[in-house]
Design a protein around this ligand. Structure first.
Ligand SMILES: O=C(O)c1cc(=O)[nH]c(=O)n1[C@@H]1O[C@H](COP(=O)(O)O)[C@@H](O)[C@H]1O
Length: 273
């Protein structure tokens, strides 16, 4: 998917919501566990109930790998279902990969060619030759971890490296990578106050912003500092949406939670005009 198509979808749906499909069998409604593929059944119902409110879906791969081959099959069915039924939606494989170039190429093939995701999250720690193999794929997007939502972000990411915080070095250096126009960045919603500085370095780039909902990040604060002239934000909520209810009405409850966020986003987009 091109960035222009993503922006068009945001304006059409008046939403920049990303729904995280982080499925934990201990948290989904008990009656779905009787189905042959409970993870896929759950995802399918959530997607069908929310696709008009969200512009992106982000399965975190850990939640599928944890269930072995069956989990991987559920992931494959989920991405195929999204691509076949809602091709306008932007898909993110939250895999946080990155390795020597030779290995990164195989990760890229797995998520871009075999599973046909539009994008993947990547850890920048191994540098240029670990990231560029992902950037080589046309109309695919590489979402580099810049400043993450967790407390551990302060262990390394905000540390001073040659007069500049490490996450700023990541932003600046990555701009020189080949095909850097295919880069997006992760900035946690819990770090909203850093977004103004971040926008000075990467004014045009899209940011994936996880951490509203269960982690306590604030949508208004994120938008105040992070919006750009093409919106430039994908704000993710996983648990706050998909586990809104563990009863028979779980899909409707998820849609209600998604709708609350979408309405706030619509208001923000209207005032930003
Ligand atoms: O890359 C991510 O998506 C990510 C980066 C980050 O800094 N913080 C973060 O929470 N995430 C992911 O975003 C999702 C957040 O889930 P909730 O806290 O349930 O909304 C999880 O899949 C996390 O792994």
């Amino acid at each position: 998917m091109t960035t222009q198509e993503l922006v068009a979808q945001i304006h059409k749906k008046k939403s920049f919501l990303c729904i995280g499909l982080d499925v934990d069998l201990n948290k989904i409604p008990k009656h779905i566990l009787e189905k042959e593929d409970p993870i896929f059944e759950f995802n399918k119902a959530i997607i069908d109930a929310t696709h008009h409110l969200a512009v992106a879906y982000k399965p975190n791969i850990a939640f599928y790998e944890a269930y072995g081959i069956k989990g991987w099959e559920s992931l494959e069915k989920t991405i195929t279902y999204l691509n076949e039924n809602y091709p306008e939606v932007f898909t993110i494989a939250d895999a946080k990969r990155g390795d020597i170039g030779n290995t990164s190429t195989m990760y890229a093939k797995a998520f871009f060619e075999d599973l046909e995701f539009d994008s993947i999250t990547i850890a920048p720690y191994m540098g240029k030759d670990s990231v560029e193999p992902f950037l080589a794929f046309e109309n695919k997007h590489t979402i580099l971890l810049a400043l993450t939502s967790n407390q551990g972000a302060f262990d390394f990411q905000t540390k001073d490296v040659e007069g500049k915080e490490l996450y700023k070095q990541v932003l600046e250096v990555s701009k020189s990578y080949e095909n850097s126009e295919n880069l997006m960045y992760v900035v946690g919603a819990t770090k909203a106050e850093y977004l103004s500085d971040i926008r000075k370095i990467i004014p045009e780039s899209f940011l994936l912003v996880p951490g509203v909902g269960a982690q306590g990040g604030n949508l208004q604060e994120v938008c105040k500092h992070g919006l750009n002239n093409q919106v430039g934000l994908l704000v993710n909520s996983s648990r706050g949406i998909i586990y809104a209810s563990d009863g028979m009405d779980y899909d409707k409850a998820a849609a209600n939670k998604a709708s609350e966020l979408q309405k706030q986003m619509q208001e923000i987009l209207n005032t930003a005009k």
